[in-house]
Design a protein around this ligand. Structure first.
Ligand code: HEC
Ligand code: HEC
Ligand code: HEC
Length: 423
């Protein structure tokens, strides 16, 4: 009995569908019955299993948090008591605070008197040149350097001791050195003073191919557009011109119900090409990046505006926002520690200026002058993790989709300007 009711419902639905289709096709503008873009829904959209770029640091950081898992050791619950005054080697301490191989060490964020008188110190943290006069207890200093979270859960400073960047004696050596700091820093040159160093301003014309070699991607994509894939068709077979695609990229990334994740231009290019032309243009391959540049290039000048209202998008946005605050890797930094002006943003970490999130998205993929290559946003995400000693995720990771949607929403209202050009 039940079964026949269901069957008849099915039939009715099928009829209703037929009528709806008939209505659409009898209308004047069948083009408005917009088809869903075909997507290849199986498997990964980037190299799987993902393997880190061979010219990037290969440290195994699996003991620490990533954007996909929590693994870092917990913060200490109590202050470590000292039995007497701290003892150590101040000269060794002076070396350690400047040791770049220890996660950039202290000068990355602090001016430290004579130790700050070289090497472009940063200013994410306070100037410690006179910390020796501040009347700080030895116990407080040792604990603060070892793991500042014991006093300040919101600290930006890495837990140098807990995360194994310095051992106990090395921390003591640095504290003994800090206690010798009693006079304002004297800088050799104005630029050594991070408070006087002017913020870099990008003035090159990113759409001039003489100034931006990244423009190669636009040319390459125009060629690829016409190349037949294994299925015997090319992008041009179905998209004779790009007029209909002109504003598409400004609404990307977007939540894609068929994959239950946020899909970027790059992931779309892989899955759509695979489903239509049969081309295998994995994310971060040359072809993929070229097409991703091109699809944004034709949207240049248009206003970035992503959907954040569908239930899937809303949930992804909330997850993405949360991920920007997650502490990652051995250095225990969250994206916001470096890119929120309330923390490290708009300050110097050593010689590198930390930009804020607004303005970090509109120009991706971007030409990197220092690396002579075009990076998509996922590669930038990956580097911002490997650089803080966190394991990166594969480019097509769901978490990156969430993060990218959030970043795009912060950049809402800016004009697309791709390919960008950056240091
Ligand atoms: C990523 C930036 C960063 C690095 C690297 C860093 N610090 Fe800090 N440090 C801070 C910030 C920011 C503060 C201010 C409060 C806070 O966030 O904990 C601080 C505060 C301090 C203080 C407390 C100063 C006071 O009197 O209140 C000491 C001491 C200190 N840092 C020592 C060090 C030492 C030693 C190193 C290297 C082993 C180091 N810091 C590396 C960012 C950093
Ligand atoms: C077999 C036909 C076919 C081929 C080949 C094809 N596409 Fe599409 N494409 C479609 C259809 C169908 C849509 C859905 C919207 C529409 O009708 O334009 C679409 C939509 C798109 C969109 C907009 C996405 C959206 O959500 O509406 C982009 C961008 C796009 N294609 C790029 C490409 C690129 C790049 C290639 C070459 C790798 C390509 N297409 C090859 C059929 C094709
Ligand atoms: C230790 C500090 C640090 C942390 C933590 C960090 N970044 Fe960065 N980030 C940088 C530096 C340095 C640059 C290059 C200078 C700049 O443009 O800010 C950069 C650049 C970027 C850019 C490109 C900016 C542009 O305009 O081209 C993006 C996007 C970005 N970071 C995203 C992230 C995300 C997402 C996270 C968290 C997963 C993160 N960063 C964590 C230091 C950091």
């Amino acid at each position: 009995m039940k079964r026949s009711i269901l069957a008849s419902v099915g039939v009715t639905a099928a009829f209703a569908g037929a009528i709806a289709i008939a209505t659409v096709f009898s209308g004047e503008a069948p083009a408005q019955a917009r088809k869903e873009a075909p997507l290849y829904l199986q498997g990964a959209a980037s190299v799987a299993p993902w393997k880190r770029y061979s010219d990037w640091p290969q440290r195994d950081m699996s003991k620490f948090n990533t954007l996909a898992k929590l693994a870092s050791p917990p913060a200490p619950k109590e202050v470590r008591k000292l039995t007497g005054p701290v003892t150590g080697d101040a000269a060794n301490g002076a070396k350690l605070v400047a040791d770049r191989t220890r996660g950039g060490s202290c000068l990355a964020c602090h001016v430290m008197g004579q130790a700050g008188n070289a090497d472009l110190p940063g200013n994410v943290g306070p100037d410690l040149s006179e910390i020796g006069n501040a009347g700080r207890e030895d116990e407080w200093l040792v604990n603060y350097v070892s793991d500042a979270r014991v006093y300040n859960p919101e600290t930006v400073m890495p837990p140098w001791g807990t995360h194994g960047l310095f051992n106990e004696q090395e921390i003591n050596d640095m504290v003994v050195f800090l206690k010798t700091l009693k006079a304002p820093a004297k800088f050799r040159a104005v630029l050594d003073d991070p408070t006087k160093r002017p913020a870099p301003i990008e003035t090159r014309d990113n759409l001039d191919d003489l100034q931006n070699p990244g423009m190669w991607a636009v040319e390459r994509a125009q060629d690829l557009w016409k190349v037949n894939g294994p299925s015997g068709s090319s992008c041009a077979t179905c998209h004779a011109n790009t007029a209909a695609l002109k504003t598409w990229a400004v609404a990307m990334p977007k939540f894609e119900p068929r994959l239950d994740k946020v899909v970027s231009v790059e992931e779309f290019v892989y899955r759509h090409a695979k489903a239509t032309t049969g081309a295998d243009w994995l994310m971060q391959s040359n072809e993929n990046t070229a097409l991703a540049v091109y699809l944004r290039f034709i949207a240049n000048g248009q206003i970035i505006h992503v959907d954040t209202t569908s239930p899937g998008a809303k949930a992804a946005l909330a997850r993405g926002k949360e991920l920007t605050a997650r502490k990652l890797g051995q250095l225990n930094f969250a994206c916001l520690d470096c890119h929120d002006p309330a923390k490290g943003g708009l300050k110097w970490i050593r010689g590198q200026w930390l930009g804020e999130q607004k303005g970090q998205y509109d120009h991706f993929p971007t030409w990197r002058t220092s690396l002579q290559s075009v990076w998509d946003i996922r590669k930038r995400f990956q580097w911002c993790q490997v650089n803080i000693r966190a394991d990166e995720l594969p480019p097509d990771a769901k978490e990156y989709g969430d993060l990218e949607l959030y970043l795009a929403s912060v950049n809402d209202g800016l004009k697309m300007s791709v390919p960008g050009i950056r240091h």
